[in-house]
Each structure stands twice: as C-alpha cells, then as structure tokens.
Design a protein around this ligand. Structure first.
Ligand code: ACM
Length: 559
C-alpha cells in the first residue's frame, strides 16, 4: 500500500511537472500546449529586424557548445519550421518583455526590445534537453512574459579574493541566464585594488597585492605567508564590459570611498590623514612581512585609515573616475560609502578645521560633504552615483541612489526622501551567509536558505504605493572573504541566485514556493548539465521542511 501510494505520488508529481514549464524565473503567463517541435541542424534562426544578431549568435553558440551542431542564421529564410526572432510592441513600462510561441510550425520569439528577444532566447534554451543530441525536442507552449523590476543585480567582491577574467565572464553568463541585467563589480578594498589606472600605476603595482592572508575564520589560525593579488587591465575590463553588453548586462563598477581604502593608501600614503603613520594591524591576527609603513590589509574587517577629505584626495579621485568613466558606459558609478570609521577624521587637525570652515555639524556631515563633492563631479560627467545606505548619514547627496544593506530601513528612508533605492538587505540578500545548518566550509556566518531568499519581497511594507516606485529592484551581494576559489563562489550563489531571479522577475502574485521547488529540482539538473557547482542544502529537511523535500531521496554529499 505504502509503495502504491509512493508510485501514485511520483506519477502525480511527474504529471504536474509535465504541465509546468521548466523555466526559471517563472514567466508571467504560460500555457503548455500538446506535442513537441524538433530543433535540428536544419532549423534556421531567422532574424526579422535589426539588432537581433546578439541574440541569434548567443543561441547559435549555446547549441554548438552544448549539443555540437550549428543552427544557421538568416535574415531572409522562411519562417515556417524555423526559430524566428522578431519585435512586437508590448505595453510594459519596464524594458525586456517578450512572448514566445512554440507550435508544430516552429518557434516565434517577439521582444519589446532587443533585451526582450534575448530573454525569450533564454527561455527557449531552458526547454532544451540535458543530453547531447542531434535533434532537440521542445514542448509546444505559449509564454507572455515581462520583468517585475528594472534593476536585477548580482554583486561580486573581487578584492578579498581575486577571480580570473574567464570566471567573470561565466558570472555574467549566470546573470544573463537568470534574466538579470546588472553586474555590480566591487573592484577596490582594503585587501586589494583590482583595476588598472594608468595615471596611478602604484595602485596596481603596490595596491593589488598583499603579503599574506588570514587562514580560516577571523581572527584565523595563522597567515598563508604568501603574496596574493591580481588586477584587471583596462583592456580586460573593456572585453568584459562588451561581453556583458552582448548579454544585455550592465556592469556597474564600485570604487570604494572614503572607507575600505587601505590598498589605495598603501600605494599613495598622501591620501591618508596621517601619511607617516603605519597601518594598524589587528593584535589578534597573524601578519606576514613588514609591520611598518602603509600596508595592504591581510585580514578582514573595517579599518581606521581612510581617505582624507583633502584637495589631494579629491583630485586623485577625479583622475581615477576620469579613467573609470571611459571604461564603463553604465549610467551609474557605485562609490561605496559604507563602514567609514571616523577616528582619523576626529584626530586630524585638518579635518576639524574643514568641519569648522564648512559649518558642518560633525564627521558624519563631513562624510556627506565628501560624497556630495564626488557626486557633483560624477554628475558633471553625466553619471549618477549609487552608495551603501551609510550615505544617508549626515544628509543624502542630491541625486544619489541608495543601496540598502543594513536591513530595509535605509531603503525605506531614502524612498521617503524621493531617492531611488536598490534593496540588498543582509538577512535575505547576502549570499556569503551559510545556507545550511550543517555547513562544513568556512563562511562569514548568518543563515539564509534558498527558501528565505525566495520569500523576499523588495518592496518594504512600510512604503506607500507612490514611495514604492523608488525601489528599482534588488541585488544579492557576494563578499568573498571566505570564497577563495571560483567553485566556492558557485556553491554560495546556487541555488539562491535562481530563487532571487524569481524575486526580481516573476509577478508577485505568481510567486509560489511549492511550484518553484519542483522547478528547482529540474534546475539542479541544469546546473549539472552546465558544469556549475551548487549547494545541496535544499535536500536537507533541516533547511527546508516542505512537502517536496520531505519525499526526496537525498543525493550524496549534501552541503
Ligand atoms: C557592506 O556589506 N559593507 C555593504
């Protein structure tokens, strides 16, 4: 009887799965049809309209790489029996809407704009099987789809640990496959400066390398005693920005100021309030190499030596931003603004005099003065700034967008002040947290399951409908103190990134955890098929106590 019940429930879940699509994020509207369509090397990708080559090339390259055959691309081939990429006007305020029909006569994808067509291609790819074959059978269906939020982001800290260009491209592919559109690239930190600036070569000669790294969880069990670092050349950055643009992903660089600037100060000590003071090394940590002079940090935390608000520093930052602006066509530049201790400014006679001279109340208003000067410069170059929510302290710069990370309060305040907001609250959007109670690798702490990520709604309840319009979207942050290699980064982001994509894309009323869980099982197969590493914490009922996980056979090596 028990076995009969099991067999029936398996059949039931198979049937319900067959009636669902395997698409993540869940489309706004989806109707499964009857029967299939076969994609073979005779199937032509027909581009009907300009600007469709990126989508056509992406689809062609994916099929070639994963299945080993080439779909021809043509602007003039007949539509019947082929995959047609085209445009159709759709009445959505956020760009990226598309519809896709698969029927016995082929596939038609129509986008509201180029990105919409690309998202249609991403959905089509998700219909393909997970085995190498000369003909790909896809189900007949009709999808009408559009994004819920305009800003759909993933952040990556490449300073605490450095990742090669090939992985950055892979990361951008992960973003694109989830119909997300922003890569927030955290390029400068206390532990390393990772972007070539031609006017200041010491930023990378000195600032891109540290003499060692804390071993284990802070304060650690020792030091690697090995020089560590690296940086991206301007040529590599241009290549990455183009790679991203070809996938409709915008790259937003972050240049941290006034805090988290030890690496820049190690290269150019005159940027500090106290150029002749040695970098403070936390007493509890093991250190490699000289303890005197300015040093690139070897351990994690928040450090007192920050940029001095001098004309020297502002000129330096303007020169740095002049080069950054040339490399990144994004509307936004992220200027950091978080975790800037005020000790040095309190002790500095120059800062105290500046506070008096400018009629500022305290060091928080001095930070606000600092940010506003940088904002003014960047605005004059046609760029908008994003800053972490500390930029609210001492008064918000007039045009700034706030990234709310210390919970939702900063986002709520900023929206009430009519400023744009991106939600990245730690409790839901920090993918450096552990995702299983049984975590056996070192993480920063926290506990954020895939189910918790899925439950997040970027619109805080405290906002009125009018205020809610200032919430552009949300983003997950990936701080890499405890991600020493690319495989660990993948483990930390998957499957949580798949849950996030649904938070950002799927209409709120269509979000359904029980339905997502079933599609997630299929998504795990996709990760395997594409060679992506991921956490299996989902299978452990200690993390998710839902119907689906209760009945699952656990794979080996959960965690
Ligand atoms: C942050 O996590 N310090 C923005």
């Amino acid at each position: 009887m028990k076995y009969l019940f099991l067999a029936i429930s398996c059949l039931f879940s198979f049937i319900s799965f067959a009636q669902q699509s395997p698409i993540i994020p869940q489309p706004a509207e989806l109707t499964m049809g009857q029967g299939n369509f076969l994609v073979t090397n005779k199937t032509v990708i027909v581009t009907k309209g300009g600007g469709l080559n990126k989508s056509a090339s992406f689809l062609q390259a994916y099929v070639k790489k994963m299945y080993g055959f080439v779909l021809p691309v043509s602007a003039t081939a007949e539509h019947k029996g082929n995959i047609v990429l085209s445009y159709a006007r759709m009445d959505y305020s956020i760009p990226g809407a598309y519809q896709m029909e698969v029927n016995k006569n082929g596939v038609v994808i129509e986008g509201d704009n180029e990105a919409g067509v690309f998202y249609g291609v991403q959905s089509l790819i998700q219909l393909f099987p997970f085995s190498k074959s000369a003909s790909l059978s896809i189900p007949q269906l009709l999808v009408k789809d559009q994004p819920r939020f305009a800003y759909r982001g993933m952040h990556l800290d490449v300073a605490r640990h450095f990742f090669p260009v090939d992985f950055i491209k892979k990361y951008i592919d992960f973003i694109a496959m989830h119909k997300m559109n922003t890569f927030h690239w955290h390029l400068t930190e206390d532990q390393g400066w990772r972007i070539e600036i031609k006017k200041y070569p010491k930023l990378t000669e000195i600032g891109a390398y540290r003499n060692g790294t804390t071993i284990g969880r802070y304060p650690g069990t020792g030091n690697t005693n090995t020089r560590y670092g690296g940086y991206y050349t301007q040529e590599q950055i241009k290549e990455i920005v183009k790679y991203a643009a070809d996938r409709y992903v915008e790259v937003i660089p972050e240049i941290e100021l006034p805090g988290h600037s030890s690496a820049a100060i190690a290269a150019y000590p005159e940027l500090s309030c106290f150029p002749d003071s040695s970098t403070k090394v936390p007493a509890k940590v093991a250190w490699n190499g000289p303890r005197t002079g300015k040093q690139v940090q070897q351990t994690w935390g928040v450090f007192e030596d920050v940029f001095a608000p001098t004309e020297t520093t502002f000129k330096f930052l303007e020169n740095v931003f002049d080069e950054v602006i040339q490399l990144f066509p994004s509307k936004y530049i992220h200027i950091g603004g978080d975790e800037c201790p005020k000790e040095a400014w309190k002790k500095s006679a120059f800062c105290q005099q500046l506070i008096n001279e400018k009629g500022l109340k305290d060091e928080h208003e001095l930070q606000s003065y600092f940010i506003q000067r940088v904002e003014k410069y960047l605005n004059s170059k046609g760029k908008q700034i994003i800053g972490w929510d500390e930029i609210l302290e001492g008064g918000l710069a007039p045009n700034a967008t706030v990234m709310s990370w210390r919970g939702e309060q900063g986002g709520i305040e900023a929206a009430k002040q009519k400023h744009n907001v991106i939600m990245t609250p730690g409790g839901w959007m920090y993918f450096d947290h552990k995702q299983t109670k049984n975590e056996d690798s070192v993480t920063i702490g926290g506990y954020t399951t895939v189910q918790k990520v899925y439950s997040y709604d970027p619109i805080p309840k405290a906002l009125t409908a009018v205020e809610a319009k200032y919430v552009l979207g949300a983003q997950a942050n990936v701080w890499t103190e405890y991600m020493t290699n690319t495989s660990k980064v993948e483990y930390q982001i998957f499957p949580r990134m798949s849950a996030l994509s649904e938070v950002l894309w799927t209409p709120k009323e269509k979000k359904d955890w029980n339905n997502f869980e079933k599609r997630l099982l299929h998504q795990f197969k996709r990760y395997d098929w594409m060679g992506m590493n991921y956490s299996k914490a989902f299978y452990d009922p200690a993390n998710n106590s839902t119907e689906t996980t209760k009945n699952l056979k656990k794979p080996q090596n959960i965690s």
